[in-house]
Design a protein around this ligand. Structure first.
Ligand code: ABU
Length: 346
């Protein structure tokens, strides 16, 4: 059977059948560096001292993470999904950047539109340009695709300026649009988002302004003083079923959004435990909710996480197990490591 290449961008939810996807590559990945205030607000305290300039992750860890990303990409290809990858071997140490393994933080598809994040962390400011320009060029050969590149004004390094910083809930101010696309979860015409240490009101306004007609952002009330990315807090499994982290969000907060009013909302019933090796340098063990749903029936889950897999299966999902602990160690799981380009919801 020949598989017809799927070009372009057409995706606006997390569960319709996945036809084309980006899977990241680690490259010579480094601990992202940011001012102490930002690191203390967002990163696990046991590892905060590592987030310095020019601090590469251990080579062996990266080699294993790359192998996991390749294996994951092979699983998706075997399912008939078109997989796009960034170039291999990007030297993020020389670029003074982080990695190309977490494209979900920097790109979001909404309908035929791909929106680039206005990253708050300066070390990530050129991540999409460096790793993903060739993919953006390839998908934009389809003239229906709209790519929203971050504007020059969003590079201003003013977000940590001090005014009001004592009374602010978040590390960043509102002096220019800032958002990571991983602070948003797409549920069709409604996109649920959270304010965080990397997403401000100007960023939310910017997204709303660039969405295709008929789509709107709604901000969700989350109880997470370290908030940075919503994709370990809520996970839609299919139309009508969403799982959530009850330590960070309540059912009542979710029900406030009309799109979820009649959904089955399931709290994750366990307290996930962090592995001892390799360490979770950048995240909590709630990465168990950072899964990739292939089509509302099947999802990719970390190979050793039998507890989550059994629970997801009790909710009617089939789990495809894939080793990913070393990718987890450098900052994310299957959702973070991907960007949906095409989902078939016709
Ligand atoms: N994007 C990954 C989020 C991880 C966490 O909330 O711990």
């Amino acid at each position: 059977m020949t598989i017809k290449p799927v070009l372009g961008v057409q995706a606006d939810d997390e569960w319709s059948p996945l036809r084309a996807v980006i899977v990241g590559r680690a490259g010579r990945a480094c601990f992202p560096s940011a001012p102490a205030k930002m690191i203390e607000a967002t990163m696990p305290s046991a590892h905060a001292h590592r987030f310095q300039p020019k601090a590469p992750f251990p080579e062996k860890l990266i080699a294993k993470a790359e192998a996991e990303l390749d294996y994951f990409a092979a699983i998706l290809k075997a399912e008939g999904i078109e997989v796009y990858r960034p170039p291999a071997g990007i030297d993020w140490l020389a670029e003074e950047g982080y990695t190309g393994a977490m494209p979900r933080d920097g790109l979001m598809s909404v309908g035929n539109t791909l929106i680039e994040a206005c990253f708050a962390w300066p070390c990530r400011s050129r991540e999409i340009e460096i790793a993903y320009t060739s993919i953006l060029d390839a998908v934009s050969k389809d003239t229906r695709v709209q790519i929203v590149r971050r504007p020059a004004s969003s590079f201003a390094n003013t977000l940590l300026d001090e005014e009001d910083s004592c009374t602010r809930q978040w590390a960043i101010n509102n002096s220019r649009p800032a958002f990571d696309t991983a602070d948003f979860m797409r549920l069709g015409h409604t996109i649920l988002g959270q304010y965080s240490h990397v997403t401000n009101q100007a960023g939310v306004d910017y997204i709303q302004q660039h969405l295709p007609k008929g789509y709107q952002v709604e901000m969700i009330e989350v109880n997470d003083p370290s908030a940075m990315h919503i994709d370990a807090t809520i996970l839609p499994l299919r139309d009508g079923l969403l799982v959530y982290n009850p330590m960070k969000i309540t059912e009542a907060a979710l029900r406030q959004h009309a799109v979820l009013a009649s959904w089955d909302l399931q709290p994750y019933p366990f307290i996930p435990q962090a592995p001892t090796e390799p360490p979770l340098y950048m995240t909590s063990p709630w990465l168990c909710l950072n899964a990739l749903v292939l089509d509302g029936k099947r999802m990719v889950v970390e190979a050793s996480d039998l507890q989550s897999a059994q629970w997801y299966e009790s909710l009617g999902m089939e789990c495809i197990m894939c080793p990913f602990k070393h990718v987890n160690s450098i900052g994310g799981s299957f959702h973070c490591a991907t960007v949906d380009l095409v989902r078939d919801n016709s």
